[in-house]
Design a protein around this ligand. Structure first.
Ligand code: PLP
Length: 374
């Protein structure tokens, strides 16, 4: 996708906030625990390489990505730290992962059996982390017997694989209700018992687990949403530190018009002005990741909450202004404007989703601008 560099809409990324959030979490870790910065999906929309650099500066020991190409992009940018691919991959890709020293999550034996001859032929060894499905229901081994069998297989294939890690993922660590979490812990303990000796990395924690179940973090954590300054629970649980949101989404008024009562705004005539009104146009739309569900939500224009009226278009939205504003007046969609704030969580609440989706859905067309605030 082409980046809209000549457009007023920008995602302003505060790398100082990334640094702060990582450094704060690192300070909370126990002696010898590593922090893997989760930078998949373009670092949750914040920019893969820039975020990875700031996280590394703050002490991140490695990275997690979802797909091979994200790992390759990190290697091409010169990162030499461990990189774990969290998603499932075809055995055909084993060579490229091994060549680039990418570690990969493995959740079934067939991957190992099919990748082994390919690796043997290439004379390469691939680092693997066994995924344990203790209740997430996504990828991984579900029974202690299966774990025993795959560990034995790895024992026979030491020329093709390095058994580097073992991990699980909790489905509800961000919840006040802990019974399902505890069920996962019980199953995890059962599965871990059959693994001896343990591999180099034993890791169970995403941000929520690290924040609210720190007894269960193994020797590395996979720190994602907290690094971006967002509380994984929304507002259900209080974060232990002081998270600093790293993204602001800003734009400008590019058109301002006075309309008479009865004038319709946008596709499908879904909004009709009740009075004579001032309407402003802002260059952001659903093709930028600003969902059509945000019709009726507000943006900040010179510190005023202004309702999005009419349907969200592909590239533009219209808002009702309290008065005439000059073209070029600053608009804040996420962040603070003249003392008022709209958070990614506010946007998510309105759109009936989670802030993870709001920030990671912003498309490449929105230019990312990097700043470092202290
Ligand atoms: C396996 C795994 N670990 C860690 C994370 C990071 O989670 P969070 O952003 O909640 O810290 C994710 C994110 O989806 C994940 O899938």
């Amino acid at each position: 996708m082409v980046v809209g560099r000549h457009r007023e809409t920008k995602a302003v990324i505060d790398l100082g906030a990334i640094y702060h959030n990582v450094a704060e979490e690192k300070a909370r870790l126990k002696e010898g625990q590593d922090l893997f910065a989760v930078v998949k999906a373009n670092a949750y929309g914040h920019g893969l390489i820039q975020v990875a650099r700031a996280a590394k500066q703050a002490g991140a020991n490695g990275f997690c990505v979802a797909v091979i190409d994200e790992g390759l992009a990190l290697r091409q940018a010169g990162f030499t730290e461990p990189i774990l691919i969290l998603g499932v991959n075809s055995p055909i890709e084993a060579v490229i992962m091994a060549q680039n020293d990418l570690s990969v999550a493995v959740g079934d034996e067939s991957f190992l059996r099919e990748a082994a001859p390919v690796l043997k032929q290439a004379g390469l060894r691939l680092k693997v982390h066994l995924a344990l499905d203790t209740g997430m229901g996504r990828i991984g081994f579900r029974f202690a017997d299966e774990v025993k069998s795959v560990v034995a297989l790895l024992g026979q294939l030491t020329k093709q694989f390095v058994f580097e890690g073992i991990f699980t993922h909790f489905a509800s660590a961000d919840s006040k209700e802990t019974s399902y979490f505890n069920k996962q812990v019980a199953l995890l303990n059962e599965m871990l018992q059959v693994v001896s000796p343990k591999p180099r990395y034993v890791h169970f924690a995403n941000t929520a687990t690290a924040m609210w179940h720190s007894e269960l973090t193994g020797n590395a954590i996979r720190y994602g949403i907290g690094m971006y300054g967002l509380n994984p629970s929304g507002s259900q649980l209080t974060e232990p530190g002081t998270l600093r949101p790293a993204m602001e989404l800003v734009s400008q008024l590019v058109a301002v018009k006075h309309v008479s009562a009865g004038a319709a705004i946008g596709y499908g005539e879904t909004y009709v002005a009740k009075h004579d009104e001032w309407i402003g146009t802002i260059p952001i739309g659903y093709a930028d990741g600003w969902s059509r569900k945000l019709q009726g939500f507000s943006v900040l224009v010179a510190g005023n909450y202004c309702e999005v009226v009419g349907r969200v278009c592909m590239d533009q939205i219209m808002v009702r202004l309290p008065q005439n504003f000059k073209l070029g007046t600053k608009v804040t969609l996420i962040g603070t404007n003249n003392g008022h704030t709209i958070t990614a969580q506010d946007v998510a609440n309105y759109a009936h989703t989670i802030h993870y989706e709001i920030v990671s859905a912003l498309t490449e067309r929105i230019e990312r601008v990097y700043v470092w605030k202290n």
